[in-house]
Design a protein around this ligand. Structure first.
Ligand code: HGA
Length: 607
């Protein structure tokens, strides 16, 4: 995702901008640029590729005021002419987000004689500010009136060489914070970029506009009302890879899920409509004639793919197949050049998934999409489209936050494909996007169940085997629950679609076999209840994760925990969380090495 850094200070700020961009590299980007208020006007440097290349290109530059950007293309290919900052007249602007009304703005500004040199939505903002400055010469007032005309999501930073020493920033939907320093004032997409100069951070709210100079900061609402925002002293350090208050990385990462999801979903901002561009600049064109989706993945990532299959077929009406990458790569299959091949991997380096992706391409299937947590990884580099989940570093071998953020990304894919095919009504689109935005809060509520889940874990930690049951889109969640338990507690666990029980596995059920069931109030709940009766009739002890609406009650041998909300199609994202906690606490009771389970590695870069 794009990253913004801006600085107005008493000394040269070029190294602050560059170091800030380096700290934002984890967000993923394809090009970078900066604009400085230099003696003769705006000095702009842009480069496709790494920030290190921008650093080389900008060596020797010096200025006290400037803005900088890492771009992750949504509108227009990753190319120097599309890289930010965009310049118009005396101003330069950097932007994070998507301007939904950019086409009408472009038409209007072209009619006024503005010549567009990029394909970005951002360039409309630059020209609109320049046009507005002709009637309203104050930069702050001009940017405010431009913001009132923008539809969509944005964080912007603007400089004007006619008004030296000033930076105007504004946000709606995309993140932006201010850093208050000794020698100057700063703005950035996240605090990590500014820790080099200050720990005093002011988080802007949607609809805020602010002006920074080396010595002052003022914040107003877009309607002109002055506001004060509290100063937070950031405690961020190398915290992303430190345990902090947690006993294990796995526990920390389970509890980071609300934030990881919020970061991953930042791309949709406050918008009521979704753009194919979130999967890359060529997405709309490439997805246009897709007639099938093939998902390739291993382990936990294959479970996110299996869940997505239910979403993709139901919401988008496109057939979807999920294949274990290590099987696909050696199987004689029938190629389909019109199918979208989706490779899912936390690290983006999983050897089997990478090989399966290469195999798919060698068969002439070039519509490829990577869903990964590491932007610079091989799978991302070798795919035409990509969605970078923003789970942050995942240290625990048993994947948790990478899984739920993959699910969020895959749900977005289902929406985009549905929209491309005219299968998504604007009402449903807005409702799904609202549900996604609420997801971090819903996950947070589920995490409050930890103490009760820990009690359950103690009850079956001495068991040798466990069965997990689910139906429909919760069957892959049952699979993921069983995998988590195997991985870290070494209890043998299997998952079945509950309807399959009487076709074999019911023979295993006795008083020693705990049966864990994912039972939200979905369209299959009544069927699932009958399957649970079959277990109970054979003496199996049931641990049921229901939700607020499921009509299931605890009784002898039937334990029921209710998740706080029923969450419709997105319910798998909530229901995996208690299963993660269950396996974590079972492993604690057993005393296993939670973060580094025996025989397993984090990034599986060998076959
Ligand atoms: N739409 C702008 C900025 C993209 C962005 O914010 N990505 O995270 C562009 O395509 O340049």
């Amino acid at each position: 995702m794009c990253g913004i850094v801006a600085a107005a200070a008493g000394s040269n700020i070029v190294s602050v901008l560059i170091e800030g961009l380096k700290k934002l590299e984890y967000r993923g980007y394809d090009s970078a640029g900066l604009a400085l208020l230099a003696a003769g006007g705006i000095e702009r440097v842009r480069a496709v590729g790494r920030v290190a290349e921008l650093q080389t290109a900008a060596s020797g530059c010096s200025a006290h005021t400037g803005i900088a950007h890492t771009r992750w293309a949504t509108h227009g290919a990753p190319a120097e002419h599309n890289a930010h900052p965009h310049v118009s007249g005396s101003i330069a602007v950097v932007h994070n987000g998507i301007i939904e009304n950019y086409e009408s703005l472009r038409t209007e500004l072209s009619a006024q004689g503005y010549v567009f040199t990029s394909e970005t939505d951002t360039e409309s903002i630059a020209h609109l500010i320049d046009a507005t400055l002709k009637g309203e010469p104050d930069l702050f007032a001009a940017v405010r009136s431009v913001c009132r005309r923008l539809v969509g999501a944005y964080a912007i930073a603007v400089i004007d060489h006619q008004q030296p020493g000033r930076i105007v920033v504004a946000r709606e939907g995309s993140p932006l914070l201010l850093g208050l320093g000794e020698d100057g004032n700063y703005a950035a997409s996240d605090a990590s970029a500014l820790l080099q100069v200050t720990r005093n951070m002011v988080y802007l709210e949607n609809g805020d506009i602010a002006e920074l100079t080396a010595s002052q900061v003022r914040i107003e609402r877009l309607d002109g009302t002055p506001v004060e925002r509290p100063v937070h002293v950031s405690e961020l350090s190398a915290a992303a890879v430190e345990l902090g208050e947690f006993r294990h990385y796995m526990q920390k990462e389970i509890f980071e899920q609300p934030e990881a999801l919020a970061n991953t979903l930042e791309i949709i901002g406050g918008a009521h409509s979704i753009q194919a561009g979130i999967f890359g600049a060529q997405a709309a064109q490439l997805l246009a004639d897709v007639d099938h989706i093939l998902i390739l993945a291993c382990g936990t990532s294959s479970h996110s793919g299996m869940t997505a299959r239910y979403w993709i077929e139901r919401i988008a009406g496109v057939a979807c197949t999920v294949e274990i990458a290590s099987e696909y790569r050696y199987r004689v299959s029938v190629p389909n050049p019109r199918q979208l091949v989706v490779a899912i991997s936390q690290s983006g380096e999983t050897a089997d998934t990478l090989a399966a992706l290469r195999h798919a391409k060698a068969l002439g299937q070039n519509k490829t999409l990577a869903i990964c947590n590491v932007p610079e990884s091989a799978i991302v580099r070798e795919s035409m489209l990509r969605f970078i989940t923003r789970a942050g570093p995942e240290i625990g071998v048993a994947s948790t936050k990478a899984f739920t953020t993959q699910l969020a990304a895959l749900f977005l894919l289902a929406l985009v494909v549905a929209k491309q095919r005219g299968q998504l009504s604007p009402v449903d689109e807005a409702a799904y996007l609202d549900q996604l935005r609420h997801l971090p809060v819903a996950v947070h509520k589920v995490l409050t169940l930890e103490p009760e889940i820990a009690i359950w874990a103690r009850r079956f930690a001495d068991k040798k085997h466990a069965l997990f049951l689910g139906r429909g889109r919760h069957y892959p969640i049952a699979l993921e629950g069983a995998l988590k338990l195997k991985e870290i507690s070494y209890i043998h666990a299997e998952a079945y679609p509950a309807g399959e029980l009487k076709h074999g596995p019911l023979a295993l059920v006795d008083t020693d076999m705990p049966v864990i069931s994912v039972a939200p109030n979905d369209e299959l709940l009544e069927k699932l209840k009958s399957n649970l009766q079959e277990v109970r009739a054979r003496g199996g002890e049931l641990y049921v994760f229901a939700d607020a609406d499921s009509e299931l009650t605890a009784s002898d041998g039937v334990h029921v925990l209710r998740l706080p909300e029923h969450y419709g199609l997105l319910s798998p994202i909530l229901h995996v969380i208690p299963l993660q906690l269950l396996s974590y606490h079972a492993a604690l009771v057993k005393g296993t090495d939670v973060d580094k389970p025996r025989n397993l590695a984090k990034s599986v870069t060998v076959e």
